[in-house]
Ligand binder design. Structure first.
Ligand code: NAP
Length: 296
């Protein structure tokens, strides 16, 4: 099957672009390597999405995905490994097939940063998590640690405080990046305490039972939630020379990269604010630009 546009990433940006394209008569398909919805799926409550005073990220993602399905836009569950630019024709190479089209929209978003300390991979899903909303329920009435000092860490600590027996927020310096209102809220929670320090190793047998800090202190706990920021999902584009030094995709005002016919939208593009409505707005504007170009 040949499509006018191939979209990489089935988060809110990719799905919005697909909806705008298909409704304007342009055929498209979306590639997704894991679960549709992207990062909003891990948001417990979204309270700044106009039209809904509060909506869960997964409910919002499912509604958008249903719209994609109603429009009969295929979601291809294959991992994109490479994009090749042959000028008029671009190739999307996945772990299973190669697809071609003249236009590609990249909407691969970002992922959680790892600490890169000893045994981090070993305890993943055995006490170590990057998502409080996804895994918090597993640690009801347990002692948990949240690492980080930004909005994500404070939101996670707030969320977990309603489930866990105790929450220790471990931060590496006195000042927090998180907004003051959130810091004030979490500081007033009875079962949340704060520890200044840096992790050097995770401890345990099969499951995580604690963390060791640089100054040799040990914090015993049943789970650790690492919330130290995000990095863009752009490793598969390293051959294309369209990335900044921080690995974000560089685009012009039309969301086109320096390679004609390859566009990028949403959180994989560097910006001051990473918001659902901003990703959607970029997607709509990019899709309409692409539609105009294809109609010329
Ligand atoms: P962030 O703002 O970049 O904060 C990352 C935190 O992790 C900082 O406290 C940082 O410490 C710490 N950190 C980074 N690397 C570390 C390491 N190797 N070891 C220990 N600590 C480390 O990331 P974020 O909290 O994920 O937020 C990302 C963006 O999303 C922000 O713009 C944020 O405002 C936004 N966001 C908004 C909301 C909301 O509005 N409700 C919710 C979540 C996220 P240093 O300060 O020392 O670097």
């Amino acid at each position: 099957m040949k499509y006018d546009v191939l979209i990489i990433g089935c988060g809110v940006a990719g799905m919005t672009a697909a909806i705008y394209l298909k409704r304007s008569g342009i055929s498209c398909a979306i590639f997704e390597s894991s679960m549709p919805g992207g990062q909003i799926v891990s948001n417990d409550k979204i309270e700044n999405y106009p039209g809904f005073s509060s909506v869960s990220g997964s409910d919002l993602a499912i509604s958008i995905l249903n719209q994609v399905k109603e429009l009969e836009i295929p979601v291809i569950f294959e991992k994109v490994e490479k994009v090749i630019d042959n000028q008029e024709v671009k190739e999307v190479v996945t772990d299973k097939n190669t697809y071609t089209s003249s236009k590609i929209i990249i909407a691969t978003g970002r992922k959680s940063k790892k600490l890169n300390v000893l045994f981090e991979d070993k305890y993943l899903n055995h006490g170590l998590s990057f998502c409080a909303v996804c895994d918090g329920n597993l640690y009801k009435d347990k002692d948990v640690v949240v690492i980080g000092g930004g909005d994500s860490a404070f939101e996670s600590a707030n969320y977990l405080s309603h489930l866990a027996k105790s929450v220790t927020l471990l931060h590496r310096r006195e000042e927090f990046r998180a907004k003051k209102s959130l810091v004030d809220k979490v500081e007033n929670l009875d079962n949340v305490s704060f520890v200044l320090g840096e992790v050097v190793s995770f401890l345990g047998e099969d499951n995580l039972t604690g963390i060791k800090l640089k100054d040799e202190r040990v914090i015993d706990c049943d789970a650790v939630f690492v919330c130290i920021g995000q990095i863009p999902n752009t490793e598969f584009l390293s051959d294309l020379n369209i990335l900044s030094k921080d690995s974000y995709i560089e685009v012009d005002n039309n969301f086109e990269t320096k390679i004609k016919g390859i566009y990028a939208i949403g959180d994989c593009v560097f910006k001051p604010h990473y918001q659902i409505v901003i990703a959607m707005s970029e997607a709509a504007r990019c899709a309409l630009n692409v539609r105009s170009e294809l109609s010329e």
